[in-house]
Design a protein around this ligand. Sequence first.
Ligand code: C5P
Ligand code: MG
Length: 159
Amino acid sequence: MDFRTGLGWDSHRTRTGRDLILGGITVTAEFGLLGHSDADILLHAVTDAILGAAALGDIGMIFPDNDPQWKNAASDQFVRKALELAREKGYALVNVDTTVILEKPKLKDYRLPIRENLARLLELPLDAVSVKFKTSEKVGPVGTGLSAEAQAIVLLQRS
Ligand code: C5P
Ligand code: MG
């Protein structure tokens, strides 16, 4: 089998006084996301998608959220580790597609910086990195501003 696909999803509560970090980029907002690490839902979803595609488990198995080592940790190291583990298993990343679901603020001006940062982290061409944004139409926990979510899907190819 030459190709493997993997799915990732994450959700964190919003909280004032925390930074809002998406794909490693700090977004100007009135609130941030609560979490043991930097709560970067987009990087957490990408990490799980890579681990999932290679059937390597999930982010919590590798970076337990009760481990003080990961307190306020920058999540780019989670992505790098997942990529390294997938590569050790003989897989190379082909592309990544993601969606961030957040009611506000508008994120579209951050699309290019986030894609560029993801492309750098994942060692992919910009064209292989997609970032989409959606609201939740004011419905449910995301729609009422209680939380934010991210989804990611990746394709791995046997290298
Ligand atoms: O959720 P909705 O379909 O209304 O989103 C419309 C568009 O608004 C999206 O396609 C996206 O380009 C943009 N958007 C954004 N920031 C958000 C949510 C949506 O820029 N937080
Ligand atoms: Mg998370």
